[in-house]
Design a protein around this ligand. Structure first.
Ligand code: HEC
Length: 510
């Protein structure tokens, strides 16, 4: 019965998607004229496409009525907010891009000068090694000149971070990924899995917490968003493994726990670690994961409902989340969710001095969600307060269908597995193995142990050695694990099933 309902539901969803796809194709010429409205408690927001036909606009920053942005394959472009024109400022030819690596973030010096410094970071190959390179340019208003490489750190096929942020005193922060290497984040002498703090020529500020070190804080996995509030508090958004995506309030010398502790301290093992070494818990964590990306701080009176809030965009849950801060700035008071599934994956968010908010989509990246990309993707979208009343509008999303998930293999699979192994189970070439006809899936005991333990030893799967490990899913309840195991086995394996009894026994032995 339930399966039947879900079928009807997904038919409905795909029809709506097809339908809107059709009508938007007709309207493609005028995509920039078609708008959505969003209703907040008191205000309306106009949602308008400002640029389209882009490829993964990963980072954005603002200067002089322009939004400068990166595209993952190596372009730096400029959107002129007066004319609406997009112009290419720079094309890099040495970018190494594949799934998540590429040209990532951009940040602009805070200055009255006409030629501010512009910082970008991207992955490239030096001999056969991947590195992450931080490069400074000068912006002439027309192009980017005088490149100077300030720093390179280790890069990898995944977990390169990364965000750049410049504070009002022109101190530059760079959030680096742990390059999928478990030794990095806890080693304060390496530059990976860190928030680094430097001057605009890449040197170590005198007031850094560790003398002669760029390291400001550590214990991070893969930061994808970074923002600073009006008082100078630094916040980051980062990807958890299979659980516990995080927002952190980042302070000098604090250790955020990865990989010893994941998210909030809530297991015996984690308590034990935290008793030995002081580790800081996140302000907010999400399980099931939402895949957080860009983060911005909003405090303009233009949208009163969003004052003193962190704006977080997400990839997997395809939403904008408004996290209002409490008055001491150290806690999330409320969370409001908007646009789920409407524009697809969202990568970057930027709050402008005039109170507008810009978002970028990421539907042409390596991991598009069902129904995307649309023809005009990727886009840069503007949110602006709209003073008049409107007839039809979008509303805040109601989230958390968790209660109906427990025994529903389809939903559980979608929530915990499909982001990597894909809804059709076919995975992503050389990154996530296919589950279709997998010998592990066919062997129920081995499959159950894998979900309980995660990857324990590296082996080749059909001739491919996967760089990333798979996390343990032992945090799921027995009923939930059994639902997933049986669903995957029926869909992609040999249709053998297991029971809660069998799983309980394996868990005991584990
Ligand atoms: C964050 C990405 C990610 C998620 C989420 C994920 N996996 Fe995996 N999975 C991997 C990777 C990477 C490997 C390969 C690991 C290795 O070989 O070291 C893998 C391996 C597997 C294998 C072994 C395949 C074989 O042929 O040996 C199975 C089965 C599997 N995953 C099932 C699942 C199920 C079921 C879920 C959901 C509960 C899940 N995975 C969630 C990344 C993921």
């Amino acid at each position: 019965m339930r399966t039947y309902l879900i079928l009807v539901f997904s038919l409905l969803v795909s029809c709506t998607v097809l339908f809107s796809c059709q009508s938007l194709t007709d309207k493609q010429q005028s995509i920039q004229d078609s708008v959505d409205y969003l209703k907040l408690e008191h205000s309306y927001i106009e949602v308008r496409t400002m640029a389209h036909g882009l490829k993964v606009p990963w980072g954005m920053d603002y200067v002089n009525n322009r939004v400068l942005f990166t595209e993952i394959e190596g372009n730096v472009k400029e959107l002129d907010l007066e004319t609406g024109k997009v112009k290419t400022l720079l094309q890099l030819h040495d970018v190494f891009t594949r799934t998540t690596p590429g040209l990532l973030d951009i940040a602009i010096e805070k200055t009255e000068k006409k030629n501010p410094f512009v910082f970008i970071n991207y992955t490239k190959k030096v001999d056969s090694a991947i590195v992450s390179s931080l490069v400074r340019y000068q912006y002439t208003g027309d192009t980017l000149i005088n490149p100077k490489e300030l720093l390179t750190v280790r890069g990898a096929n995944g977990h390169n971070g990364s965000r750049l942020l410049i504070d009002k005193n022109n101190i530059l922060y760079w959030a680096t990924g742990d390059v999928a290497n478990n030794k990095m984040a806890q080693d304060s002498t390496t530059l990976n899995g860190k928030v680094l703090r430097m001057t605009l020529d890449g040197s170590i500020p005198k007031d850094n917490p560790i003398p002669n070190s760029l390291v400001y804080a550590w214990g991070f996995r893969n930061i994808q968003g970074m923002a600073m509030d009006r008082l100078g508090n630094l916040f980051t958004a980062e990807h958890g493994d299979a659980i516990e995506d995080e927002i952190n309030w980042v302070r000098p010398l604090h250790n955020y726990g990865w990989p010893l502790i994941e998210g909030v301290h809530d297991t015996e093992q984690e308590f034990a670690v935290a008793r030995k070494t002081i580790m800081t818990e996140p302000m907010r964590a999400w399980t099931p994961v939402i895949a957080p990306a860009g983060l911005a701080y909003y405090n303009h009176s233009a949208i009163p409902e969003w004052q003193n809030a962190l704006l977080l965009v997400t990839l997997k849950s395809q939403s904008l989340r408004v996290l209002t801060l409490n008055s001491d700035q150290h806690d999330v008071k409320q969370e409001h969710v908007f646009f789920t599934g409407r524009y697809g994956r969202l990568r970057a968010v930027l709050a402008l001095p005039n109170g507008d908010v810009f978002l970028s989509t990421s539907n042409r990246d390596w991991n598009p969600q069902p129904g995307f990309p649309k023809e005009y993707d990727d886009r840069i979208i503007r949110l602006r307060i709209h003073k008049k009343k409107v007839g039809t509008y979008l509303q805040e999303d109601t989230v958390g269908a968790n209660h109906m998930m427990r025994n529903n293999g389809v939903l559980l699979y979608q929530n915990y597995c499909a982001s990597c192994h894909k809804p059709d189970g076919k995975g992503v070439d050389r990154t996530f193995p296919s589950l279709v006809n997998s010998s592990t899936v066919k062997n129920m005991k081995q499959f159950s142990m894998l979900l309980l333990r995660g990857t324990t030893l590296k082996k080749e799967i059909n001739g491919v050695r996967y760089e990333q490990d798979m996390a343990s899913f032992s945090f799921l309840k027995d009923e939930e694990l059994v639902s997933i195991l049986n669903y995957v086995s029926k869909q992609f394996g040999n249709k053998k099933v297991t029971t809660v009894e069998e799983l309980k026994n394996l868990r005991k032995k584990n």
